[in-house]
Design a protein around this ligand. Sequence first.
Ligand SMILES: Nc1ncnc2c1ncn2[C@@H]1O[C@H](COP(=O)(O)OP(=O)(O)OP(=O)(O)O)[C@@H](O)[C@H]1O
Ligand SMILES: [Mg+2]
Length: 361
Amino acid sequence: MNKLNNFPILPNDENTIGIIGGGQLGKMIALSASRAGYKTHLYCPKGDNPAETVVDEVTNGEWDDYDNLVEFSNKVICATSEFENIPSKSLELLSNKTNVVPSSLVFRCAQIRSKEKEIASKSGFKTPLWFLIKNTDDLISSINKISNEAILKTNSLGYDGKGQLKIDATSNFFEVWENLGSVECVLEEKLQFKKEISLMYFKSLDGSEGFFPISENYHENGILKKTTAPVNLNTNVEIDIKTKTKKLAQSLDFYGVLAIEFFELFDGSIVFNEIAPRPHNSFHWTLDGCNTSQFDILVRTICGLPVKDVKSNGKWEMTNLIGNEVKNYNLYKDQNYILNIYGKKNVKTGRKMGHYNKNIS
Ligand SMILES: Nc1ncnc2c1ncn2[C@@H]1O[C@H](COP(=O)(O)OP(=O)(O)OP(=O)(O)O)[C@@H](O)[C@H]1O
Ligand SMILES: [Mg+2]
């Protein structure tokens, strides 16, 4: 589709935004789109999909249900995906029918850890020492090149720390390999870091671009638990990672919102971890901490409306409610906790059920 002929997309009865993926990100994109006056149409497999309750129309279909995907694409003026692991063939099919932002090329890169590390290096970022592992022989020969503890991660389909295991020279390599499903992996050194931070860049189809203030992240058991923002970085370091991020985005001809996760080491240097070409959990604080949230900005970028740097209104903390934590009624008694409950029917251990934002200025 020719992006340039189609923007700006203004809200009217005919302009429906397609949202691919029915999780909490899809729900929050739909709420922003709806507030901005757009109709929304969701595509997702049947299931416990919180986004279904807030959109104008739903198509339930599997990720490789090409007939349903085509029908969906015929009804939308543009589409964006909250689901990072959408098969690239499906995204390419959709791209032939409607404006898909970000593009299938971007998703292909973000889906494969080795690819995202390569593109990060080309853009000037440092990455942890890493090796592509195709079998146990690769694993045995590479582990000796990493002096510290290492992490073996499946090369694709990982999220919330799933699909990764710690490993060192004394591990049973065959067992670790099998436990990860005997699939292509990356082996990377486990870094000792001072902080985990994330950056969000965005670019509209009209060519304008910007950043959100930087977030600091705290993980528990591989899952994001808490984010505080804005975090203060050394000015030169901030300029440097923003310049490299723009270079990375340019190399992918990127439009939409792009989150990048980094480690800050004790010597102050910044090391790339991974990218996510979609709204990111570590920027949920922007829903209450900024005049324009990451979801509002995504809608603006895919509709070709102008965007610029977003500032925060004070200092914010976002806490995820994981599993049964959503049932902690003490949280509901204090109006300073700005609760956002996703409405998932099944409460499961390790499942993100909601979050709250709190002003800590
Ligand atoms: N090389 C590393 N050194 C130290 N810690 C790491 C490394 N890789 C990952 N971690 C820790 O594990 C967390 C999850 O890893 P990563 O971001 O690679 O996985 P993920 O499953 O794709 O995560 P998510 O989708 O939740 O962002 C990181 O945020 C970090 O806390
Ligand atoms: Mg991550």
